[in-house]
Design a protein around this ligand. Structure first.
Ligand SMILES: C[S@@+](CC[C@H](N)C(=O)[O-])C[C@H]1O[C@@H](n2cnc3c(N)ncnc32)[C@H](O)[C@@H]1O
Length: 475
């Protein structure tokens, strides 16, 4: 194995200590495939540029999905965002081990083993999930069993649990024997890192009479907005027969999809928060990948439609990872030409600063980590403004519009580009708060602040339809 040594000179003598062995990337990738996804992003990716390139590659996440058997919901469409697909699929799966007695009692802790105790048996009537052929059976005194799910080990990092708080959906199936009465109950606890209860659900006991139709019934419960700190789920269920018959005539629980964690409304709301102001977190990283992949064409067109001249001072609002900045800076070829950018996400500010570092060092580009509604720029100092997928997140559209107007020179042009069909889709899923995403709200605010010639055009680039909104700061 090749080794690399770092030589550090200190107090007149040199000291050697080993650093990372230079392993082939294929081996690095293989190692990463066996580490938790969260750790790969939050730790390994930060080590060096080679490791970063492995973690950032689509191929890595595609391989990971395949090796863990994670399939996208729509199997007819090949996903473009394998990173996103990976984490969303992880969110969907059943977190209970051995839910249907396929491996005996593996994974379960027997809490009460009354009467003749728990056994596993074949099902009597078809289960709603036709792949289920076995189930657990209780006896004539209380039988209860439990499973403790460690959310972090299952890929739900503290950040996901605290920031996103995905809905926790419980679904437990249970069936009686037709010739014997029985009783069923379930208890679920959400626990913090000290295994103290944060929230719980205890069902009322469900009773079946003797001579029943033996049908499977489903018990469902969803935990929502349970607050930060949840690290474990304790699942406990069981029951007994009510006839007190020796043997195994009690209730037959079979948790078909118990504890699948789904993110729906909550997911989209958190997605909106991250799109509006990405943070340095797993979700922020996924958003930055999403922006880089999706918004290149919109950013390029916003720059193009501004008709930037080489000597101008140009401002991008909400630059995100910096795709538009990179295009615009190439056009400002005269020494007088300057590029400014503002974004109030620290994470995006750092990301763009890194990608523009040479231009920043030369004084060509200045980036500010600040709100569009309060920019450290002089009055009437900017010739062109462009932005892309940004205004939807401005809480007070008029304040933002009048601040932009303030910094623009008389007659300066502002262009924003968007894909209305995407925005309408996001809005219908409550990704945005309120109605500020609507072009008419944005355009009305511009007009009320003195912008003229405010208009929206339908355009197309490489078969991709998009919209451009223009406004002129007539002063
Ligand atoms: C959806 S992202 C779009 C980023 C980039 N323009 C693109 O299309 O890839 C929105 C960006 O606007 C920034 N942003 C939103 N509201 C802002 C505000 N009021 N002031 C400064 N930045 C803002 C966010 O931090 C985020 O980086």
């Amino acid at each position: 194995m090749t080794s690399l040594f770092l030589h550090k000179k200190r107090m007149g003598h040199s000291e050697s200590r080993p650093v990372w062995p230079s392993l082939p990337l294929a081996i690095i990738e293989e190692i990463f495939l066996n580490l938790p996804g969260q750790q790969v992003i939050c730790v390994c990716r930060l080590v060096c540029s080679e490791w970063k390139s492995v973690v950032d590659s689509t191929a890595f996440w595609r391989k990971r999905c395949r090796s863990e058997g994670l399939k996208p919901l729509t199997i007819h469409k090949v996903p473009r965002h394998w990173q996103m697909t990976y984490f969303l699929c992880k969110m969907r799966r059943n977190l209970l081990k051995n839910p249907n007695a396929d491996e005996g009692f593996a994974g379960w802790k027997i809490e009460e083993n009354g009467g003749d105790g728990w056994i596993k048996d074949c099902i009597f009537v078809p289960h709603p999930d036709e792949t289920v052929t076995k189930c657990f059976v209780t006896s004539y005194e209380q039988c209860k069993k439990s499973q403790l799910i460690n959310l972090e080990e299952e890929g739900y990092s503290p950040a996901i649990m605290d920031e996103i708080q995905p809905d926790i959906v419980i679904s437990d199936w249970y069936a009686p024997r037709w010739d014997c009465g029985s009783e069923y109950q379930i208890q679920i606890e959400l626990l913090n890192h000290q295994k103290r209860t944060v929230q719980s659900f205890v069902s009322a006991p469900v009773f079946f009479p003797q001579w029943n139709d033996q049908k499977w019934e489903e018990m469902t419960y969803t935990f929502k907005d349970y607050g930060p700190g949840v690290r474990f789920i304790r699942f406990k269920h069981g029951g007994k027969d009510t006839q007190f018959w020796a043997g195994h005539y009690g209730i037959r629980p079979s948790p078909e999809s118990t504890n699948a964690i789904r993110k729906k409304k909550m997911f989209f709301r958190k997605l909106g928060q991250q799109l509006g102001r990405p943070t340095q977190s797993l979700s922020g990283w996924l958003i930055s990948k999403f922006l880089k992949r999706n918004n290149q064409i919109l950013e390029e067109n916003a720059v193009k439609l501004c008709e930037i001249q080489p000597h101008e001072t140009v401002l991008e609002l909400g630059h995100g990872p910096g795709l538009g900045l990179q295009v615009a800076v190439k056009l400002l070829t005269e020494p007088r030409g300057k590029l400014l950018g503002v974004d109030y996400s620290n994470y995006m500010h750092r990301m763009a600063t890194k990608s523009m570092q040479d231009h920043i060092a030369s004084g060509k580009v200045t980036l500010y980590c600040c709100d569009v509604a309060e920019m450290p720029l002089e009055d009437s100092s900017v010739d062109k403004v462009f932005h892309c997928n940004c205004y939807y997140f401005w809480p007070d559209m008029k304040t933002a519009a009048s601040e932009i107007y303030r910094v623009m020179k008389p007659g300066a042009l502002m262009v924003t580009t968007l894909r209305l069909d995407h925005i309408v889709g996001f809005a219908s899923r409550n990704v945005f708060y309120g109605e500020n995403w609507q072009p008419k709200v944005y355009m009305k605010a511009l007009q009320s602040c003195g912008f003229t010639d405010v208009r929206m055009e339908n355009r197309r680039d490489k078969f991709l339809p998009f919209q451009a909104i223009y406004a002129t700061a007539a002063k």
